[in-house]
Design a protein around this ligand. Structure first.
Ligand code: E4P
Length: 216
């Protein structure tokens, strides 16, 4: 399973990248705004910086909602760097745009996916990644991990090559559950990735090893 970090914060991207386990980055318009990045020029410049830090895929989201503008914007984003993946919302125009991008060999990440039906449509449109939002599904008392399992089952039966990118990850437990459910990728805040490190027995064991050798 690939690990992507879900942020536009350059320090956090660098920190995760230095661990050596990072396979890519996802962003969204809200995450960009959180870093004070708004306006076409700053957005493009920021994606350039992110794409220069990591070797893996960097999802850059279109802000247009109509097909023609989405295509124009997506093609511009794809030109920023080879590792840019155009992130497109699961809408009627989005499906049309993903089909168009697939024909041009421009890789896409279908975002805002909340049902198995939407995931089927995304795969049919030839998207590279499909992003079901685990945490946001949980927020409305449905089961985000169950959705990942359902999509994984359908994709395996149908032989779809689209990769399942479990998004809106809120905890280390979500990462473990997504791995068990068949996600190909998770995208997560740095805190949940680092949370995987934690185990009290590791801390106790290390403290004892050091103490037995007279080290603190
Ligand atoms: C997906 O790529 C989104 O950027 C993200 O995972 C959404 O997460 P949130 O529900 O925590 O905002």
């Amino acid at each position: 399973m690939k690990f992507f970090i879900d942020t536009a914060n350059l320090d956090q991207i660098k920190e995760a990248n230095e661990l050596g386990i990072l396979d890519g980055v996802t962003t969204n318009p809200s995450l960009m705004a959180k870093e004070g990045i708004t306006g076409d020029k700053s957005i493009i410049a920021h994606y350039k910086k992110i794409a220069g830090i990591v070797d893996g895929d960097v999802s850059a989201e279109v802000l247009s909602v109509d097909y023609k503008k989405m295509v124009e914007e997506g093609e511009k984003l794809a030109d920023i760097a080879e590792n840019i993946v155009v992130k497109v919302p699961m809408t009627k125009d989005g499906v049309k745009a993903m089909t168009h991008f697939a024909e041009l060999d421009i890789r896409t990440n279908c975002t805002l996916v909340f049902s198995a039906g939407q995931a089927i449509l995304a795969a049919k449109a030839g998207t590279t990644y499909v992003s079901p939002f685990v945490g946001r599904v949980d927020d409305v008392t449905w089961d985000g991990i169950k959705l990942i399992k359902e999509i994984a089952q359908i994709y395996s039966i149908q032989g779809y090559y689209t990769e399942i990118l479990a998004a809106s990850i809120r905890s280390p437990l979500h990462i473990v559950q997504a791995a068990k459910a068949g996600a190909d990728v998770i995208t997560s805040p740095l805190s949940s990735i680092l949370g995987l490190l934690n185990h009290p027995l590791t801390d106790i064991g290390l403290a004892k090893f050091l103490a037995d050798q007279g080290k603190k």
